[in-house]
Design a protein around this ligand. Structure first.
Ligand code: CP
Ligand code: NVA
Length: 300
């Protein structure tokens, strides 16, 4: 039987997504050290790019559940020397219980999943970052309740995070207002699939009107460092600042997956201000992914 993978939020139904959020909240509220559903089980973590939150949350989560996690860098494995992905997926999945990958190309994760006999988790690709959305949505539910019918505003790059926000809007049924500079829009096919849940705006203020949640991300993602100067010019009008938060609802939350660049995509006043929930959001990576591991590996 094919294992259940988590490559995209579209792999989940709305009920499953809400189930994961509820389970993550329960795990956060009560940590029972005797509950070890993954005792003796192993998670392989393949990182082609840097990470603080993703690595630590998966490693700590496996440890809380009685299992262990292996950090694998392509530099130190045969993956970096060109061993075919198919062979690597077959070999690694014959020895571990779950595989998490953070890769440059999205296809690396989908190819791995095709050839893996254990669940594969997308820990970020150039196209999507679904694990971050589990934590973001857990955080929204924690502070404000269900997000169905609410309005979320995405400001900045139409990047992996933006794509996963579009998917979250589809699965959890909320409205997504997007303000991105020309040339940095999300992929058209992803936008088209979301129908009228997603709307585009020319200015950040128009996009933020009546928002319940305002979200942004760095202007240059990992692998785009050489474009930093060009992007600083293109994104100059796409900063989340006090004026943007004022256009949103008075009780709107602010989120950012981190790491953040204060003074670029967001002012220090906003990210360190009273509407920002970035630290619960980061912590929830741990709880949400523990719920995910339990769901994928234990099937509950
Ligand atoms: N938000 C996030 O994925 O952080 P890391 O790059 O530190 O894992
Ligand atoms: N868009 C960012 C997210 C980092 C967690 C990147 O891909 O670098």
């Amino acid at each position: 039987m094919k294992p259940r993978h988590f490559i995209s939020l579209l792999d989940l139904t709305g009920d499953e997504f809400r189930g994961l959020i509820n389970r993550a909240a329960a795990l956060k509220n009560h940590r029972d050290p005797h509950y070890q559903p993954l005792k003796g089980q192993v998670l392989a973590m393949i990182f082609e790019k840097s990470s603080t939150r993703t690595r630590i949350s998966f490693e700590a989560g496996m440890s809380h559940f009685g299992g262990s996690a292996l950090f694998l860098s392509p530099r130190d494995t045969q993956l970096g020397r060109g061993e075919p992905l198919q062979d690597s997926a077959k070999v690694i999945s014959s020895m571990v219980d779950c595989i998490m990958l953070r890769t440059n190309k999205h296809e690396t994760v989908t190819t791995f999943a095709e050839h893996s006999r254990v669940p594969v988790i997308n820990g970020l690709t150039d196209q999507q970052h679904p694990c971050q959305l589990l934590a973001d949505m857990q955080t929204y539910f924690e502070f404000r309740g269900d997000i169905q019918g609410k309005t979320v505003t995405w400001i900045g790059d139409g990047n992996n995070m933006c794509h996963s926000y579009i998917h979250a809007a589809m699965v959890l049924d909320f409205n997504l207002n997007i303000a991105c500079p020309a040339g940095y829009l999300p992929e058209q096919a992803i936008v088209d699939a979301a129908g009228d849940r997603v709307k585009f705006f020319d200015t950040t203020l128009a996009a933020a009107e009546n928002a319940d949640l305002v979200v942004t991300d760095v202007w240059a993602s990992m692998g785009q460092e050489e474009e930093q100067n060009l992007r600083e010019i293109a994104f100059a009008d796409y900063q989340v600042n006090a004026a943007v938060m004022k256009a949103a609802k008075s009780d709107a939350l602010f989120m950012h997956c981190l790491p953040a660049h204060r003074g670029e995509e967001v002012t220090a006043e906003v990210i360190d201000g009273p509407q920002s929930v970035i630290f619960p959001e980061a912590e929830n990576r741990l709880h949400a992914q523990k719920a995910l591991l339990e769901f994928l590996i234990c099937g509950k």
